[in-house]
Design a protein around this ligand. Structure first.
Ligand SMILES: [Zn+2]
Length: 87
């Protein structure tokens, strides 16, 4: 006969709370992905610069505008089409 008086706890230590410990490796991966995306955008912008299509909306072909390009130099679309939902 076993003389167990209750269910034994499966965990032998405190469970790590998600986010508290923080895996720096995952954080680095996220940063790296962001940097790669930025690099892709810059590459695309440079390619359009060589083609002579830089600064024009990829959707309507209209000039994007200096103000918008100053804020987001690698943007592909004018303000109208960048903000348009589902386009
Ligand atoms: Zn446009």
């Amino acid at each position: 006969m076993d003389d167990q008086t209750g269910p034994a706890p499966l965990q032998t230590g405190p469970a790590p709370s998600p986010g508290a410990a923080g895996s720096s490796a995952e954080h680095d991966q996220a940063l790296l992905a962001q940097v790669r995306a930025d690099l892709d955008a810059v590459d695309a912008a440079l390619a359009r610069l060589e083609e002579g299509t830089y600064g024009r909306c990829a959707t309507c072909g209209e000039p994007i505008g200096d103000e918008r390009l100053a804020v987001e130099p690698t943007t592909l679309h004018c303000a109208q089409h960048a903000a348009g939902p589902g386009l």
